[in-house]
Design a protein around this ligand. Sequence first.
Ligand SMILES: [Zn+2]
Length: 294
Amino acid sequence: MKWRGREGSSNVRVGGGKAAGGGIFGIILGLILWLVFGVDPMTAMQTGSSIAGGQSSDSVVAAEDDANRDVQFVRVVLRDTEQVWQQIFQEQGLTYKEPILRLFDGRVNSACGGATAATGPFYCPADQQVYLDTSFFTEMRQNLGITGDVQGSGDNENQGRAGDFAQAYVIAHEVGHHVQTLMGISQKITEARRQVSEAQGNELSVRQELQADCFAGVWANRNQQRVQFLDEGDIDEALNAASQIGDDRLAQSSGRAVVPDNFTHGTSQQRVTWFKRGLQSGDIHSCDTFGQNI
Ligand SMILES: [Zn+2]
C-alpha cells in the first residue's frame, strides 16, 4: 500500500485521555532507556533515532521508529477516509463530520466506558471517536501472519510494508461504524435491539458489522480511484485479515466452542463477501446488509 508522502489527518490524538499528552511515548521511551541502558532520558528524547550503541539500543530505537511510523500511517489512512467520505456524503446531500481517532497505550476512558489493549479497536458512538491501541499494529503483524518490511529492500519511500493495507482496512471498518452513526443506522439498531430476543439482537449486530466491512470496501474502491494507493496483493491481504478476524476464527483459536448465535461480527466468509461487495461497487447502496440475505 502506498501511503508515504501523502497528507495526514489532524484528527489523530495520541494518548489515553485528558491528562495524557502527545509526548507520552517519548517519556516512556526515555524512561526505558534510562532504566535499562543508563541513557539520560532527556538525551534519549532529544536525539531520538541518532542514539549510537549496541544491539539493545538499536532495538529500542527500532521500536520508536515503529511507533512514529504507526502514528504517521494512521494519520494518512484517517485523512484518506475523511476525503472519501466527505465526497460520498456530499453526493448524498449530507455533511460528513470527521471523527477523532484516539491512539492509546495500555488503557483509555471513552464515553462508552474504559478499555484496554485487550478490547481491540473500537468505535464509540457516544463520543464519535475511533479507539486504537498502539499494540494493535504489533499484534496484527505477529498474529495475522503479516511480516514486517521486506529485508534489504532498500529505502524506497513509496515501498509499503506487508500488512499495511490490512491495518488500513481495520481503521476503515471502524470509520464505517462512524458513518453508520452519522447516517442514523446505529441508533436504529440500538432501538431495535431493545425489542427483540438476544439471538435476534446478535443477528442485528452481525448485520451492522458486515455493513461496516462493506463500507470499508467502498472506501478502498473510492480511495483507489482517488490516489491509486493499492499495491499488488493488498486486497488478498485485507481479505486474509477479514477472514482471520471473523468471529468463528477467533472463537476457534481461543479454544471456545463456536456458537453462531453469539456471533457479533459474522463468519469469515460473510466478512469477506461484504468487504468485496463494497470494494467492487464503490457504492454505499450495495451495503444494505439489513435488507438482504447475509
Ligand atoms: Zn465493528
